[in-house]
Every structure is written in C-alpha cells, then in structure tokens.
Design a protein around this ligand. Structure first.
Ligand code: DGI
Ligand code: FE
Ligand code: FE
Length: 194
C-alpha cells in the first residue's frame, strides 16, 4: 500500500521497519497478520484503509517496553494512577498510543484512539477502533477454540464480533482469576450485558 502522507511522513516500509525494531520477530509477524485482517475488515466495513494499516502496524508498539519505563510514563505523563495496579497487558495500548504519537509522530486522533482501546474496548468505539479490536482477536495466527466463531461474526457483523470478543475475553480473564480493568467491564456492560 502506498501511504498518502496524510497520517505519517513515513512510508509503509519505513513504519514496518521502526515497529519491528521494538519487538521480537514472533510479535512482528502477529502485527503483520493483524494488518492483513484489519485491511480485509476495513474494505468490508468501509473504513479508511490507510488508517487501518497504520493503526494495525502500531497497535502493539509498546508491548515489549520494560515495566519500569511504562510505570515512569504513567507517573510523568499524568495517566490514571490506577493503571499501576495492572500490567503491560493493559498499559501497552493506553501508554502505547502516547508513544506512537511522540516517537513515531502519528497525530491522527482516530488512529491513536484505536491503539488506546485495542485491548479493553470501550463503550463508544469508532468503526476503525472496532476493526483493530476485532482484527487483533481473529488474525490468522490465533488458535483458541472460539476464534472460529469470532471470525465468522467478523465477516458478517462487526458489532456482533465486538460483543462476542468482549464476552469471551472476560470469560477467559475470570477463569484465570485476572484483575479486570474497569474499562473492560464498562465495555462488557455496554456491548454484552442485557
Ligand atoms: O497484545 P495482544 O496479545 O495481541 O492482544 P490484546 O492487546 O488484545 O490483549 C493482551 C492481553 O490483555 C490479553 O491476554 C487479554 C488481556 N486483557 C484484556 N482485558 C484485560 C486483560 N488483562 C487483565 N488483567 N485485565 C483486563 O481487564
Ligand atoms: Fe495488544
Ligand atoms: Fe495484538
């Protein structure tokens, strides 16, 4: 894909190169599969393809940052201090969106919000945010049992795919006795609860 330069001065190859420098090859391959799926969903649901590509390539940009660096940013940049009670699973989207802006120079709010929400979802999500949230869950490398159903829903109805993913992520987290971030619960109440 040829970028228009509206959202980043980098070419797609330059952006890929910068992202790959911050993660293992295994995770970078996941990022490329998320981009592939995000582009497929963006075409189907009439979302800007360039924004989908950029958001997908950068969504896990901060996934391998040291915890100390992330905690430092939470404190110095005025993020909700409750975040410190969680881990990188929750930080990498929220703080990651800040790093994508400051280190990669991407300023588009829709892209940054899609990165920010990609793990927890939110009550209100743009179509781009839904595409990234769902593409991350159903990309071809994912293997958990319910992914087959999630892929079907992603193909048929983006909102039903968001709801299904939210429900099954929460079920998974409860089974693991993980701490639930309040925004994850808000997403559940909005998208799943009767
Ligand atoms: O970064 P990825 O592994 O590609 O995927 P992700 O960003 O969607 O999710 C990262 C992890 O975060 C995943 O194992 C699910 C988990 N997660 C989602 N919501 C919550 C959560 N973990 C905790 N502890 N609490 C949550 O509310
Ligand atoms: Fe992630
Ligand atoms: Fe991911």
């Amino acid at each position: 894909m040829i970028y228009s330069k509206k959202y980043t001065t980098l070419t797609r190859d330059e952006l890929k190169e910068k992202v790959s420098q911050h993660m293992s090859d295994k995770r970078f391959q996941h990022v490329l599969r998320v981009e592939k799926k995000a582009l497929e969903l963006a075409k189907r649901y009439d979302v800007d393809l360039e924004k989908a590509s950029i958001a997908a390539l950068t969504h896990d940009y901060a996934k391998e940052r040291p915890d100390e660096e992330m905690i430092g940013l939470i404190k110095s940049e005025g993020f909700d201090l409750d975040l410190i009670n969680y881990g990188n699973a929750i930080w990498h989207g929220i703080v990651g969106s800040f790093l994508v802006k400051t280190e990669l120079g991407i300023n588009d709010e829709d892209i940054l919000t899609a990165i920010e929400l990609h793990t927890t979802g939110a009550c209100e999500m743009s179509e781009l945010a839904k595409v990234i949230y769902v593409a991350d869950y159903v990309e071809e490398g994912r293997q958990f049992p319910v992914v087959v159903k999630a892929r079907e829903l992603a193909n048929d109805n983006l909102d039903l795919a968001v709801s299904f993913e939210t429900k099954h992520t929460l079920l998974y987290l409860i089974n693991q006795q993980s701490r639930i971030y309040p925004k994850t619960l808000e997403t559940y109440n909005q998208w799943v609860a009767q």
